[in-house]
Design a protein around this ligand. Structure first.
Ligand code: SAH
Ligand code: AVI
Length: 360
């Protein structure tokens, strides 16, 4: 669906989430999706600051959240369908198995999804919830990409007319406080997006989550596990070149948002497994000496031939790493699900009881 057609289907509001959601009744015939945009001017301030920092660091970098403009979100959707990109189909296969257990009793609850992207995975949970649960529950996706939210919700209101939905365009690393807290909730963080954060970032993020949810709320997190290097590297170096296109598109985002003049043909896509850090790294490597102007931040950046801009880390986990993260974040592991090859884990966590409450 084009962005223009989508824009006819949704209204963007800036208001309190609980008001906005009650303003978006299910069942009305000409339903319009309500999207709460919490990014406003924040995105342009953040990108100017982040790129200034990233382009002056000794290893130049661009934070990976800037991949996801409308084209980036579309390219990521294509990546998920690639034969080499095993995480999506592996996680989907586990979700299909466990969805009835997770969603059987979901009446009057909120299903919140962080970094929601396309709606393939959440549909499995919504299908398993059944119509009766769906008519009293709410689905609240949060994503930095307005396009991804609008496209996913336009489809979901057609599929599930009884479901209340509310999109939130926000940065989950700094804006979790906008999420609703009144009803019991399950917060999903799928796709191993947690792997795109460093260890410290993921712990500080999960601590904030743990502090913002109630003791009987749940967190469902997807983790991509360490596996043979060839399998992991192929997933980020696909034969159709879609991941390369996705990687280079981040330069188009900078051109548009910061009036820069990157020429993506002067860069090559590089992705490899860094064993010491247990992560796939993606870089853009200059194939000649390059001088780039970033007009809006009055900056000139020089890259020598062979120099790289680091665009993404995608950490690969072990059971020990996941247990360590949960413990350091103040979360308890309730359930652990995996596929037969142990390539992907879906882990249900909840806030760990505090020392005070354990003594009672
Ligand atoms: N959960 C989906 C999509 C994963 S792609 C799946 O499993 O397939 C990562 C998603 O997170 C993208 O839709 C991207 O727009 C979103 N995202 C990345 N960084 C973000 C941030 N800081 N805040 C909010 N959303 C973010
Ligand atoms: C969203 N995230 C978990 C993906 C990943 O695998 O790290 C993004 C991606 N980058 C290249 N391919 C997919």
């Amino acid at each position: 669906m084009s962005l223009t057609r989508l824009k006819m289907l949704y209204k963007v509001r800036t208001m309190d989430i609980d008001c906005a959601i009650s303003d978006s009744p299910a069942n009305s015939k000409s339903r319009q999706v309500i999207i709460l945009n919490c990014l406003d001017g924040k995105y342009s301030n953040d990108i100017a600051r982040d790129i200034q920092q990233g382009m002056t660091a000794s290893q130049k970098y661009i934070p990976c959240k800037y991949f996801y403009d409308a084209l980036g979100s579309r390219l990521f959707k294509k990546i998920c369908q690639l034969p080499e990109y095993y995480p999506t189909r592996t996680e989907l296969s586990i979700l299909k198995e466990i969805a009835p257990e997770l969603m059987g009793a979901f009446a009057n609850r909120d299903l919140v999804e962080l970094g929601s992207g396309a709606n393939l995975k959440i549909r499995i949970l919504l299908d398993a919830a059944g119509k009766s649960n769906r008519s009293s529950m709410r689905y609240i996706p949060m994503d930095i990409s307005e396009f991804a939210i609008a496209e996913a919700l336009a489809d979901l209101i057609e599929r599930y007319p009884e479901l209340q939905v509310m999109g939130v365009v926000a940065d989950f690393t700094s804006q979790l406080d906008v999420l609703p807290t009144k009803r019991p909730l399950m917060l999903c963080f799928l796709g191993s997006t947690i792997g795109n954060m460093s260890k410290d970032e993921s712990i500080s993020f999960l601590r904030t989550v743990a502090e913002n949810i109630k003791s009987d709320d749940k967190l469902l997190i997807g983790f991509d596990m360490v596996k043979p290097r060839g399998t992991m590297e192929a997933a980020y170096n696909d034969s159709r070149g879609i991941t390369s296109e996705f990687n280079k598109n981040i330069l188009n985002v900078l051109n548009r948002e910061l009036n820069a003049d990157f020429d993506s043909s002067q860069f090559d896509h590089r992705a490899f497994f860094n064993e010491d850090e247990s992560r796939i790294e993606m870089h853009l490597r200059a194939n000649s000496d390059i001088l780039v102007k970033l007009g809006s931040i009055r900056m000139e950046v020089e890259l020598k031939k062979g120099e790289t801009i680091h665009t993404e880390n995608s950490r690969k986990f072990t059971n020990d790493i996941i247990e360590g993260i949960a413990e350091e974040s103040g979360l308890s592991i309730q359930k652990w699900y995996s596929d037969s090859k142990k390539w992907f884990s879906l882990v249900v966590m909840c806030p760990a009881p505090s020392a005070d409450s354990e003594m009672l």
